[in-house]
Design a protein around this ligand. Structure first.
Ligand SMILES: Nc1ncnc2c1ncn2[C@@H]1O[C@H](COP(=O)(O)OP(=O)(O)OP(=O)(O)O)[C@@H](O)[C@H]1O
Ligand SMILES: [Mg+2]
Length: 313
């Protein structure tokens, strides 16, 4: 539903985005992750037709993002910029009505639509508030409501949880997950990673303008993690167990984590990791639990962006 092909926009030699190939399937939430300055907003602005790429192409559905398609593109996407520009002197109602009018929604339908989108973003109570009086969290809700005014199929949200407190972040996540239930395709950017893992179907990791990895969190961690972290729980004889696993060439950094747990790094690949269990059991060690400690998004991200930024290539 959202696609870019070798999208490039350079600001000098090493700033901008370089050959980004993003792919966001219909109905999914896609987390676009990267450090500050990684190129998220640049890619998002190109997708919304607000910035011209130097080379490469961008598509929303099967419509290419080029000037002659801008009217079509604007109707199919709801864009929430990283800094929501709101008109302070208006009430929330006037603000949304203004955007509704810009999309040529007839006045009668507009009223119904505004009530509906404020309900969807849990902002019903703010309808008569002055925009200037809204807190940051309230503004984000109204900003999100604005993206929904013309009922677009695609939402492009640049840091929708930026500047929100933990509770407001959780609420924003729930709201966004609710919008997926309505069939929207959603691309959202963030540099706060664990919060994406729980709602995103897919993730794209960008570093210094290069896309390092794209896929589900699980796929990315499997592809990019060189070593598996394995956690073994034994009933007793933990020293003996430690000696057995440490003797293998494929084991690194085996340590007793606490009285029943050994943590180790296995370099032999997922297919052969069972050898650890075999060795322990044949030596009579009672193994209670043996599991791969799945990398969370934070660790995956730190691992792959701490190199020279080109690892996956
Ligand atoms: N108009 C511009 N002129 C010059 N450089 C720019 C411009 N816009 C962006 N850049 C540079 O391009 C790089 C990517 O910026 P971008 O805003 O896309 O990053 P980002 O991933 O959105 O970061 P953040 O998490 O801080 O929002 C940065 O190095 C930035 O300084
Ligand atoms: Mg940005």
């Amino acid at each position: 539903m959202i696609r870019t092909e070798k999208l490039t926009k350079k600001f000098g030699n090493d700033r901008g985005i370089f050959g980004l190939d993003l792919e966001v399937p219909k109905g999914c939430i896609y987390g676009f992750v990267g450090h500050n300055g990684a190129g998220k907003t640049t890619a998002i602005k190109i997708l919304c037709g607000l910035l011209k790429p130097e080379s490469g192409r961008a598509f929303i559905g099967d419509v290419e993002v080029i000037p002659r398609n801008f009217t079509k593109i604007k109707r199919s996407i709801g864009y929430m910029p990283d800094i929501t520009g709101v008109y302070d002197q208006m009430s929330v109602w006037e603000f949304l009505d203004f955007y509704g009018a810009a999309f040529k929604i007839p006045p009668k339908q507009r009223k119904e639509r505004i009530e509906q989108i404020l309900f969807l973003t849990h902002a019903e109570n703010m309808i008569d508030y002055q925009v200037a009086s809204l807190s940051r969290g309230m503004r984000q809700k109204v900003g999100l409501a604005k993206t929904l005014i013309h009922d677009p199929d695609v939402l492009i949200l640049d840091e929708p949880a930026g500047g929100l407190d933990p509770n407001a972040r959780i609420e924003m996540r729930k709201t966004i997950a609710g919008l997926r239930e309505l069939g929207k395709t959603i691309l959202l950017s963030s540099h706060i990673l664990p919060e994406l893992a729980s709602i995103c179907d897919r993730v794209g990791i960008v570093n210094k303008g290069h896309l390092l990895a794209q896929g589900t969190v699980k796929e990315i961690s499997e592809k990019l993690q060189e070593n598996l972290t394995i956690l073994i729980t034994v009933d007793s004889e933990i020293e003996k167990a430690l000696a057995i696993v440490s003797a293998l060439d494929t084991v690194q950094d085996a340590v007793i984590a606490d009285k029943n747990h050994i943590s180790l790094s296995y370099t032999g690949g997922r297919e052969t990791a069972g050898v650890l269990l075999e060795k322990l059991m044949s030596a009579g060690v009672k193994v209670r639990w043996f599991a791969e400690n799945e990398a969370d998004l934070e660790n995956v991200f730190i691992n792959i962006t701490s190199g020279n930024g080109r690892k996956a290539e």
